[in-house]
Ligand binder design. Structure first.
Ligand SMILES: [Fe+2]
Ligand SMILES: [Fe+2]
Length: 251
């Protein structure tokens, strides 16, 4: 199978591999989240879903070779984001794996059996050129989010957003203050929230200048409905198989 690295050197793309939803009939939906960021010739896997079989099958159908992954970032230590870690590590020895500092020491030691090079994240930092972590943010579960710097602005990718989706966007804005927020995508963790709270979050997004939104995974059906209504053509309906061309997020 051919690596994507050589194909998309100048075209930043995000491909959703695992999600509660699917955008293609030949891909499986399963609770959890995983996406591939293709940036400047590097393939970065953000989270690995819950089910390693679904991750493997969906990657195969998307033409993504597990051996082509250059870096893995894990948002937080929940089963629906860590399920495919060993599938990737068994295909790619010696890769850097970026985890929040609070990640279980035992889990980190297990990953090192595959020669994973663990990057313990504390504060916000640049991990690869144009690819950043917000740092480990406090919350009911500690979590990091990914920031991708593009010509269109910052793309924020969240796992579950346990620290709060607005806090994560604020952290992105604080770390990259000169860049607009082009897109916020992933799990917003608003499964049990009422309309007023969701509308309040949409207002905060607009005030922070978030140009596109793509609530998925654990965001909840109602959250997707309300964001889709308020963001209209600037709402992206995500699912396994969705491909986002980041240079198209400029306006
Ligand atoms: Fe989750
Ligand atoms: Fe979670």
């Amino acid at each position: 199978m051919k690596s994507r690295s050589s194909e998309n050197v100048s075209k930043p793309l995000i491909t959703v591999i695992c999600d509660n939803y699917t955008a293609r009939e030949d891909l499986e939906a399963s609770w959890g989240f995983s996406c591939l960021v293709a940036l400047k010739g590097k393939n970065i896997l953000f989270d690995t879903g819950a089910d390693d079989v679904v991750l493997s099958n969906n990657m195969a159908r998307l033409g993504i070779d597990p051996a082509s992954i250059d870096l893995m970032m894990i948002s937080h230590q929940h089963w629906d984001h860590t399920g495919g870690i060993y599938t990737i590590l068994s295909a790619c020895r010696n890769i850097p794996v970026c985890v929040p500092r609070s990640f279980s020491v035992h889990f980190q030691e297990d990953m090192k059996r595959y020669s994973a090079r663990i990057i313990d994240v504390d504060g916000a930092d640049e991990i690869l050129p144009g690819f950043f972590t917000t740092g480990e943010l406090d919350g009911p579960v500690k979590e990091q989010a990914a920031l991708v710097q593009t010509e269109a602005g910052t793309v924020v990718i969240t796992g579950c957003a346990h620290p709060g989706i607005v806090r994560i966007v604020e952290a992105a804005k604080k770390f990259l203050p000169n860049d607009d927020i082009a897109l916020v995508m992933g799990g917003f963790h608003l499964l049990n929230d009422g309309d007023n709270h969701i509308f309040n979050i949409i207002e905060r997004f607009k005030a922070l200048g978030v140009r596109y939104s793509a609530a998925s995974h654990c965001s909840g059906e109602r959250t997707r409905e309300l964001f889709a209504r308020q963001y209209a053509e600037h709402f992206i309906t995500l699912g396994a198989g969705s491909i986002i061309e980041l240079e198209h997020l400029k306006s």
